[in-house]
Ligand binder design. Structure first.
Ligand code: NAP
Length: 309
């Protein structure tokens, strides 16, 4: 019987793990893939306080994980397939076992939203990517299209511009959602060009992506864009937001547009169950807000357990 079971080892879950295990609570962290969450796909986390100059998201994630292990939190690699959250004993069923805990903290984050156009499925990893950190280097001196207009799209366009010859940011409106500071850097970069009021219709190619069909939403004009460089293939990076990983909780917890509703103490509508990070309904999704959520949830879990006994 664990005191705290944390589902998801992103910055939010790892921080909950640090606080819970440091408070001598028997703590288990369940993660289905690698620790670190979305920041492992980010080259620059320059707005996280105390980050080392030039430190990548992956490196930060590894430091956070080591820190969490130092305090004694147990880690297991497994996928949660079912939950029973009501009552004093919570049961978390995984592909390879079952775990019981007095409290559960859900920090399962979110996964990349897909465009949903013909060619997207076919060319995944053959020219379409959702991770610039992983794949930008493959597009040295090539043309690259970045879909989206938020912080992630524009920040990753800046990173991709270190490799690509041209980066075309395709945005469905004529104004970016990204923070002004990020916008300014992109507007000042000669390699980055903007295609406004435009959506993707299709991704085309033979074995790899060779073109992208775009539609101007104001004029209805459809254009096919192919490489303008000596390299015939092009790259497409999709950054159009994320979908919260909350399917398992649909009939159990209160959700708002797929995100778990909590109060300011990270409490959900079920006693002893907390939600943190990008999984929960909130306005600002940053590493720094995720770690704050993790801290609050662990402290509140400790209080809940004290009152149980
Ligand atoms: P986001 O802020 O939700 O932006 C998504 C972008 O994609 C928007 O520009 C949106 O257009 C566009 N979009 C959404 N659905 C689309 C579709 N079906 N077709 C075409 N375009 C579509 O997502 P994000 O940029 O991934 O950021 C997620 C969260 O992480 C945000 O809270 C963000 O602040 C945070 N973040 C922060 C940093 C940083 O501070 N350094 C870096 C990365 C991410 P509209 O603008 O028209 O809605």
């Amino acid at each position: 019987m664990y005191d705290v079971i944390i589902i998801g080892a992103g910055p939010a879950g790892l921080t909950a793990g640090i606080y819970a295990s440091r408070a001598k609570l028997k703590t288990l962290i369940i993660e289905k893939s690698m620790e670190g969450g979305q920041i492992v796909n980010t080259m620059d986390v320059e707005n996280y306080p105390g980050i080392n100059d030039g430190e990548t998201g992956m490196e930060l994630a590894m430091r956070m994980t080591e820190q969490t292990k130092k305090f004694g939190a147990e880690f297991v690699t497994d996928e949660v397939t079912g939950v029973s959250l009501e009552g004093k004993e919570k049961v978390i069923t995984c592909a390879n076992g079952e775990y019981r805990g007095k409290t559960v903290i859900i920090g399962t984050g979110a996964k990349s939203r897909e465009i949903g156009v013909p060619g997207e499925e076919e060319f995944k990893s053959k020219g379409i990517s959702y991770c610039a950190t992983c794949d930008a280097a493959f597009y040295q001196d090539s043309d690259v299209y970045v879909i989206g207009g938020g912080d992630a799209a524009v920040e990753e366009a800046l990173f991709i511009a270190k490799f690509a010859k041209n980066v075309f940011v395709v945005h469905r409106r004529d104004e970016l959602r990204a923070a002004k500071s990020i916008q300014e850097k992109a507007f000042a970069n000669d390699k980055i060009h903007f295609i406004w009021d435009t959506v993707t219709e299709e991704i085309i190619g033979d074995k790899v992506v060779e073109g992208i069909v775009l539609k101007n939403v104001k004029t209805g004009e459809i254009t096919t864009h192919k490489s303008t460089t000596d390299i015939p293939s092009i790259g497409i990076f999709v950054y159009i937001g994320y979908i919260p990983q909350t399917q398992l909780y649909e009939n159990v917890l209160e959700l708002e547009k797929g995100y778990i509703v909590t109060d300011e103490n990270m409490k959900t509508n079920v006693e002893g169950v907390f939600a943190i990070g990008d999984t929960r309904a909130k306005a600002v999704r940053q590493v720094v807000t995720a770690v704050a959520d993790g801290c609050i949830a662990a402290i509140q879990a400790e209080k809940y357990i004290e009152n149980l006994e």
